[in-house]
Design a protein around this ligand. Structure first.
Ligand code: NDP
Length: 272
């Protein structure tokens, strides 16, 4: 499979999302966040994943506006936070006001809270109004998606979930593939928790790559969007240097076998 840094995946609504993006959870708002986003744009990233909850939308927006790169060339995601389900329209307006940008490319329900079905209808309206080009969900299990699809004609463009070899959600991947929902892999570097795992380090050595690069490449080869986070310029560059090599089919199977159902962030399995 041949990829480049500007390679995209087509979504079910006709738009397309870059396969690689920079995640900015835990990047503090202010100058440091601006320089992190700028470093990513300089390194060729054209996709930034933020959220109202991350508290850094102002800085993300400023870095994008100051970059001089045309808005249409940058893919921007933000998310509806759990306490904002009472009024998703107002929540998106607030996010856009902080970003000082007219629209987001993707607006996600951050977590499957009980009000999710009503909010999903509101997001469909936001998409129709053009404030969000695409809409999707995050942390949805097969059960949550099945319920949503039974209650709405609008199929989410994306389901953003934790995914890496230590949490290889094979059934969810297959389900979303069949329903034409693109998976975005969050915490693809295991939030840093398994980067020193001996079997991953050995695999990285075999390819003369870093453990982080192996994990990002694994996600790309599973045909999912991947959004690693780093607040360090050298690592931002390193994490995008994953297009000049390929993991063999046999080693992909070995990596798949690392699964231990490790969840470094949320566990939505029992979210009612
Ligand atoms: P990641 O799995 O991307 O790991 C980030 C950690 O890895 C940081 O400690 C970072 O440190 C370190 N790191 C990055 N690159 C390297 C490297 N090349 N070598 C060594 N260490 C490295 O973590 P996140 O949990 O942040 O996930 C990524 C993004 O996914 C988030 O930022 C967010 O956008 C999204 N996300 C979405 C969630 C949701 O509920 N929808 C939940 C969690 C994440 P340093 O910064 O110091 O380089």
């Amino acid at each position: 499979m041949e990829f480049t840094i500007d390679a995209k995946i087509k979504l079910n609504d006709g738009h397309a999302i870059p396969r690689l993006g920079l995640g900015v959870w835990l990047v503090s708002s202010g100058k440091s966040c601006e320089s992190v986003v700028r470093a990513a744009l300089d390194a060729g990233y054209r996709h930034i994943d933020t959220a109202a909850f991350y508290g850094n939308e102002e800085s993300v927006g400023k870095a994008i506006r100051d970059s001089g790169i045309a808005r249409a060339e940058i893919y921007l995601t933000t998310k509806l936070w759990n306490s904002d389900h009472g009024n998703p329209e107002r929540a998106l307006e607030r996010s856009l006001g902080k970003l000082k940008i007219d629209y987001v490319d993707l607006y996600l329900i951050h977590y499957p809270v009980p009000e999710r079905l009503r909010s999903w209808r509101a997001l469909a309206g936001l998409r129709a109004g053009g404030k969000a080009r695409s809409i999707g969900v995050s942390n949805f299990t097969i059960g949550h998606l099945t319920e949503l699809l039974a209650n709405s004609e609008t199929v989410p463009a994306v389901n953003q979930v934790e995914l890496h070899p230590y949490l290889y959600q094979r059934e969810l991947l297959d389900f979303c593939h069949k329903k034409n929902i693109v998976i975005e892999a969050y915490s693809p570097l295991t939030h840093g928790e398994r980067l020193n795992d001996a079997k991953l380090v050995a695999m990285a050595r075999k390819y003369s790559k870093s453990p982080a690069q192996i994990l990002i490449r694994w996600a790309l080869q599973h045909d999912v969007v991947v959004i690693p986070k780093s607040a360090k310029r050298e690592r931002i560059i390193e994490d995008a240097d994953v297009f000049g090599f390929a993991i063999s089919a046999e080693d992909m199977r070995t990596l798949d076998g690392f699964n231990e159902n490790l969840r470094t962030c949320w566990d939505p399995t029992h979210a009612p």
